[in-house]
Design a protein around this ligand. Structure first.
Ligand SMILES: O=P(O)(O)OP(=O)(O)OP(=O)(O)OC[C@H]1O[C@@H](n2cnc3c(O)ncnc32)[C@H](O)[C@@H]1O
Ligand SMILES: [Mg+2]
Length: 172
C-alpha cells in the first residue's frame, strides 16, 4: 500500500505511519484551500478532504489522507476540532471527526482571522513547534493525549471504514 499524507507536519505523518504499519507513507505539501485557521467543523472537514483528494489525484493506486485542525464555536465557547479524510479517488472519500476540547477564554479571544492557534500556543507555553509536537491538545490535556495520538485515532476511523467498504464489496 502506498499512502500519501497532505502535509509535511511530522506529528500528522507519524499518526498515519502508526496505523498503516506496513505501508509506504510519505508526506506531501498540499493546499487545504480553507483558511490557515479553520473556524468551523465544516471548514475543517473541507480542508481535510481537499488535502486528501490532491494526494490521491497524483497517481492511481495511491491512498490520499488529509488531516486538519481547527476550532469551532459551541454555545459561547470555542472548541478545538479535528477532521480527517481518506481518498481513494475523488469519487471514493471517507471522513471522520476527532477529539474536541474547550479552549480557555484567554486563548479563544486571541483567535481572530489571520491568527493561528499554533502561534498562540507557542507564546502561551513558551515552547517552539507546538503544532509539530504535542499540539494544543497535548498542552491542555497535560500530555495525556498528544496531537499524534489524536490524529492516529482519526486515521483508524478512516482505515476501518475503507476496510469495511472493501469487505462489503468482496461479498457482493
Ligand atoms: O502543515 P500543516 O499540515 O498545515 O499543519 P498545521 O500544524 O498547520 O496543522 P493544521 O493546518 O491542521 O492546523 C490548523 C491550526 O491549528 C493549530 N493547532 C495546533 N495544535 C492543534 C491541535 O492540537 N488541534 C487542532 N489544531 C491545532 C495549528 O497550529 C494551526 O494553527
Ligand atoms: Mg496549517
Amino acid at each position: 500500500m502506498h499512502i500519501v499524507v497532505g502535509t509535511k507536519n511530522p506529528a500528522k505523518i507519524a499518526a498515519v505511519s502508526a496505523v498503516f504499519e506496513n505501508a509506504t507513507v510519505e508526506g506531501k505539501q498540499t493546499d487545504s484551500h480553507v483558511s490557515a485557521q479553520p473556524f468551523s467543523d465544516l471548514e475543517t472537514m473541507q480542508g481535510a478532504i481537499n488535502r486528501a483528494i490532491q494526494c490521491a489525484d497524483a497517481k492511481s493506486g495511491i491512498i490520499g489522507i488529509g488531516l486538519e485542525g481547527g476550532v469551532m464555536q459551541l454555545d459561547d465557547k470555542l472548541y478545538l476540532c479535528n477532521w480527517g479524510a481518506l481518498a481513494v479517488s475523488d469519487a471514493e472519500i471517507y471522513t471522520a471527526g476527532g477529539d474536541r476540547i474547550v479552549l480557555p477564554d484567554e486563548v479563544a479571544k486571541q483567535l481572530k482571522p489571520g491568527v493561528e492557534l499554533g502561534d498562540v500556543m507557542e507564546r502561551l507555553a513558551h515552547k517552539n513547534d507546538v503544532r509539530k509536537k504535542e499540539g494544543a491538545i497535548g498542552i491542555f490535556t497535560n500530555e495525556r493525549v498528544s496531537r499524534k495520538d489524536m490524529f492516529s485515532h482519526i486515521v483508524s476511523l478512516l482505515y476501518g471504514q475503507l476496510e469495511f467498504h472493501r469487505k462489503q464489496k468482496a461479498q457482493h
